[in-house]
Write a protein that binds this ligand. Structure first.
Ligand SMILES: CC(C)(COP(=O)(O)OP(=O)(O)OC[C@H]1O[C@@H](n2cnc3c(N)ncnc32)[C@H](O)[C@@H]1OP(=O)(O)O)[C@@H](O)C(=O)NCCC(=O)NCCS
Length: 219
């Protein structure tokens, strides 16, 4: 099987105890979290994510201009509701006789890497793409971005190299009833996971308030 994301609902990695890693749709209300997430990336990660040196001001501008009506964004939150991974699916303008395409950009904070979050975000974006009529999903990456190349290859993407950069392409078949159901189930699961973490965090915060935060002994 070549096009794994298109043909399979069950990628190998993004599962813990048999469950797909929860991914939530992000909206304009998440702009602060997205900004904090991207500002936490170091210089090299920003270069890999955006393909060039990306100072804080550029990140501020990027987040400010995210268009949630046109594009889609997905996030993975840790137990403290920190946005540990985020993906932006940017819909490209459709030109005549060309397939409708979208560009996928992703970042996972270092402490969350190699746990399947990047794969889960790509899987989620691919299903959403199919359900919204996208025929080609592509990722622009620097040719030395080994982690992204590995992730793309594992997903069955075709990779083309040019001038030190690489474009990974995934041809997507049209949506069907299972992709619609899959996306709805993912959305419910992502929402449930977030609500659970929110409640746990609230009750932990309440206990810390009641008992007092433990002091770390300074020598
Ligand atoms: C690329 C990135 C999103 C991957 O996120 P992630 O959550 O670690 O991804 P996953 O855990 O799903 O998969 C990563 C895979 O790459 C592999 N990998 C990690 N570093 C690697 C490296 N240097 N060389 C080869 N493979 C590597 C991991 O072992 C894992 O493979 P496996 O699933 O077969 O074990 C993350 O590294 C990142 O945010 N990088 C900076 C931004 C970026 O490069 N974005 C992509 C361009 S848009």
């Amino acid at each position: 099987m070549h096009n794994k994301l298109a043909n399979s609902h069950l990628p190998a990695k993004p599962y813990t105890t048999g469950l797909v890693l929860p991914v939530r749709v992000l909206h304009a209300g998440h702009k602060d979290e997205i900004l904090q997430h991207l500002l936490l990336l170091n210089e090299e990660d920003r270069r890999l994510r955006f393909g060039t040196q990306t100072p804080d001001e550029v990140i501020h501008h990027y987040v400010e201009h995210l268009d949630f009506d046109r594009d889609a964004a997905f996030g993975s939150f840790d137990s403290q509701l920190k946005l540990i991974g985020m993906a932006h699916l940017a819909y490209l303008p459709k030109s005549q006789d060309e397939a409708q395409a979208a560009e996928f950009g992703v970042s996972v904070l270092p402490e969350g890497r190699s746990q399947g979050i990047g794969t889960a975000l790509l899987t989620r974006a691919a299903v959403h793409s199919r359900n919204t009529g996208i025929e080609t999903l592509y990722v622009h990456c620097l040719a030395n971005n080994r982690a992204m190349m590995h992730l793309a290859q594992k997903a069955g993407m075709r990779i083309e190299y040019a001038y030190g950069d690489a474009d990974a392409y995934l041809k997507l078949p049209p949506a069907n009833s299972s992709t619609i159901v899959e996306e709805a189930a993912n959305e419910q699961w992502g929402g449930f996971d977030y609500a659970l973490k929110e409640n746990l965090k609230r009750s932990n915060d309440a206990w810390w308030w009641f008992l007092g935060k433990p002091q770390i002994n300074a020598r």
